[in-house]
Structure formats: structure tokens, C-alpha cells
Write a protein that binds this ligand. Structure first.
Ligand SMILES: Cc1ncc(COP(=O)(O)O)c(C=O)c1O
Length: 401
């Protein structure tokens, strides 16, 4: 351990063995696609085996009850009203359904921030363009306090014109916990509904839905909730439920919310049905223990890698809460665009056997490191040892004519 570094957390015994990750690689990016514990993978495979043993029985006898049971379980886990919740495939789907339910018209706008996630911003722009409306992203400085942030958004709302505000509960490129409850309260005063993009919240925050009270909330279970990929929960306030249209119209169209959202004809429902095994795994490890471990490990990783890159520890961004992701500014001139960020990420993965996120945000490059129960302090220490030389080589290569 380096002098001055925060203390890394004690490992959770045996937790690493729950995952089937390649041991030759340091997986420091749980935030992008998660990692599904072996027990959850097995549960999903058992459901697929059951389907293949008798597809008729699987699809026509009790499937809707099993989906309802899963929805209720996940809603309770997140502190959501189960009657207002619908299973969807991912956060981008949930956001798209909300955008389509607004009945956008020419002249309307949907407000987002520059911390928003790329696919959700693209979906926003697409749905706005189709309706003759505008998607507008407000710049929020990284160093803004919670109070300043709420004021920036309050000032940006145009009552009567802003039809939706989309804010992230935990931002992706900047790994920040946003004061969503206060933002929702401010927007409510202006009569503007809010969609909280909570892709990272399930498993990371204790009761992320109940704490916020948004009109719409969507969270991925397949990141920090250990569910199979393709599992997310969309939570909708009572007045909006009848207005949410499904991705496709199918057999349950007349059944109303949430069945008509969830019933998507012949598709693979096994990810949803296996998702409670993910939350069970988290509970078995100890929810608070996992959260504290992951947030502390990410803080440790940020410190060792950040200081190795010459960043003043005081200048390392703080997420403002128990967030298991931390960002580090990269030297100027590196990863300032999406393609440069991807190129650098691939080089780090290829040469250092280390998976990280590299994002271009506000005109510069940022490294994002995550902490998860399968990570160890020495994985960040190894990255800290080797990254400065790789970045120097990368700078001279990309600077060459
Ligand atoms: C904040 C945020 N929103 C939305 C998404 C999109 O999630 P999905 O690909 O599951 O739709 C992500 C993915 O990382 C994210 O970080």
C-alpha cells in the first residue's frame, strides 16, 4: 500500500469464486456490462433447460405468474411500488418507452445533462426529432455542489415547453451520485415530469426508487444487481401508467400496465426469472458489506492510479456518496473524443490485460475504475505501475505526424 492512500477494504472471503471471470484479466469495469455470478448463470440455464424440455408447458402454464413474482421481488428489493413497475430489457428500452409516452409535439423539448449516458441521449434526440421537438443537454460542471446543480437545472427548465427532464441517479462518464430527490422536487414545482436514469442504482443504493419519488425511474438489475443481462425495472407514477406503450404490441395489449409492457410474444424470459437469484446472492454476501467494500475499493483504486498519473489527490473527483465507480482525469490531449477513448481503452486491455472504462467528457479523457467483490487491491496497484508508461507511449504515438 502507498503512503497516504485510503485503506483498501478487507476482501469478502470466497466472493471472487462466485464469478467465472478470466483470471488472467483485471476486470475493473463492472459498470459497463456487469458480471453474472455462476449461480445466477446456472439458474438461467436451468430455466432454459426447462423451456427446451417442454416449450408448450413453459410458455403456456404459469409463465405470467412467474413473471409477476419476479417483478414483485425486484420491486421490493428496490423500494418500488410493485403495481407501478414493469420488467423491461434494459435502461435504454425503459427510457425510450417513457419518451414515446409523452406525446411530444413541435416546439417541445426534453432536457438532459451533459453527464447523461450516450444511448439515452441518442434515444432522446431521435424521439424528439421524430416529433419536431428538441433534445437539449445542460452543461453541469463536475465541481458543482448538489445545491448548485439543482439550481442549474431549475434555471434550465422552461415550464410549458420542457416536457421531460432526464437525470441520472449515478452518472456514467463522471461517476457521480446526483441529488435526484431535490431535482425531482424542483422540477415538480415547475410542473415538469422527471425520468431518473438509474442504470447503476440497483445493488449500489439501498432503496433507490422510494428515495426519489420520480414520475419515471428505470434501473438495470444486470449491472450491480448481479442479474442476467436483459433485466431492468421501469417504475412509473400512477398518472402515467396507462400512457406507456410497449416496445411491440402483443397478446397482452388489452391487459394494461404492466403486462402489456412485459409480454413481448415469443422471447427468452429466462433472464428476468433468474434475476432474483442475483439479489439473493447479494443478500447472502451482505448488501451493506458489498456496498461498503465496493465503494472503498473504487476509492482506493482511484487514489493509487490517480497519484501514479500525477494527479493531486485533492483534485480526484468524489462521487458524493457510496458509489463503486471513480474517475481520474487523463493527461491533456488523450482520449478527448469517443474514438480516441475507445482506442486507448483497447490498448490498455490488450497490453495491460486490464478492462477499464475510458470516456471522453467535457473535451478531455477520463479513466473510470470500478470496485466489485471479485477485485483485489493489487489489480489497481499493477495498473498504477504500468499505466504511466503506456500513456506516455500512447501520447508520443498519437502525437506523431
Ligand atoms: C447511466 C446509464 N444509463 C443507461 C445505460 C444503458 O444501459 P443499457 O445498455 O442496459 O440500456 C447505461 C449503461 O452503462 C448507463 O450507465
Amino acid at each position: 500500500m502507498t503512503a497516504g492512500a485510503p485503506r483498501p477494504p478487507e476482501p469478502i472471503p470466497g466472493a471472487r469464486l462466485l464469478f467465472s471471470l478470466d483470471p488472467a484479466v483485471a476486470h475493473l469495469n463492472h459498470g459497463s456490462f456487469g458480471s453474472v455470478p455462476i449461480g445466477v448463470q446456472r439458474a438461467q440455464q436451468r430455466l432454459r433447460d426447462e423451456t427446451e424440455a417442454n416449450p408448450m408447458r413453459f410458455f403456456t402454464q404459469g409463465l405470467s405468474d412467474r413473471i409477476e413474482h419476479t417483478r414483485r421481488h425486484l420491486a421490493a428489493f428496490l423500494g418500488a411500488d410493485a403495481d407501478g413497475a414493469a420488467l423491461v430489457d434494459n435502461a435504454t428500452t425503459g427510457a425510450t418507452l417513457v419518451l414515446r409516452s409523452l406525446g411530444l409535439r413541435p416546439g417541445d423539448e426534453v432536457l438532459t445533462t451533459d453527464h447523461g449516458y450516450g444511448s439515452v441521449r441518442l434515444a432522446t434526440d431521435h424521439e424528439c426529432r421524430r416529433a419536431g421537438a428538441t433534445g437539449r443537454a445542460v452543461d453541469v460542471p463536475l465541481g458543482a455542489t448538489d445545491a448548485e446543480l439543482v439550481e442549474i437545472l431549475r434555471d434550465a427548465l422552461r415550464p410549458g415547453r420542457t416536457r421531460l427532464l432526464i437525470v441520472d441517479q449515478i452518472t456514467s462518464p463522471t461517476a457521480r451520485l446526483l441529488p435526484t430527490a431535490a431535482i425531482v422536487a424542483a422540477a415538480r414545482e415547475a410542473g415538469v415530469p422527471v425520468l431518473v436514469d438509474a442504470a447503476h442504482a440497483p445493488g449500489m443504493l439501498a432503496t433507490p426508487v422510494a428515495d426519489v419519488g420520480a414520475d419515471f425511474w428505470v434501473g438495470n438489475l444486470h449491472k450491480w444487481g448481479y442479474a442476467p443481462r436483459g433485466t431492468a425495472l421501469l417504475v412509473v407514477a400512477p398518472g402515467w401508467r396507462d400512457r406507456i406503450e410497449p416496445p411491440i404490441v402483443s397478446w397482452e395489449q388489452e391487459s394494461g400496465f404492466p403486462q402489456r409492457i412485459e409480454s413481448q410474444a415469443t422471447r427468452d424470459y429466462t433472464a428476468w426469472l433468474a434475476a432474483p437469484v442475483g439479489t439473493f446472492t447479494l443478500r447472502t454476501l451482505g448488501l451493506d458489506r458489498v456496498r461498503e467494500h465496493n465503494a472503498a475499493l473504487a476509492a482506493y483504486g482511484q487514489w493509487v492510479v490517480g497519484t501514479a498519473l500525477g494527479v493531486d489527490p485533492a483534485a480526484l473527483p468524489d462521487p458524493g456518496g457510496p458509489v463503486a465507480m471513480r474517475i481520474i482525469p487523463l493527461p491533456a490531449g488523450l482520449a478527448g473524443s469517443l474514438s480516441e477513448a475507445n482506442e486507448l481503452r483497447l490498448r490498455i486491455a490488450g497490453e495491460l490485460a486490464c478492462e477499464v472504462a475510458v470516456n471522453a467528457w467535457a473535451g478531455r479523457g477520463w479513466l473510470r475504475l470500478c470496485g466489485q467483490v471479485y477485485n483485489r487491491p493489487d489489480e489497481y496497484e499493477r495498473l498504477a505501475d504500468r499505466l504511466p508508461a503506456l500513456l506516455a507511449a500512447h501520447t508520443s504515438r498519437t502525437a506523431a505526424p
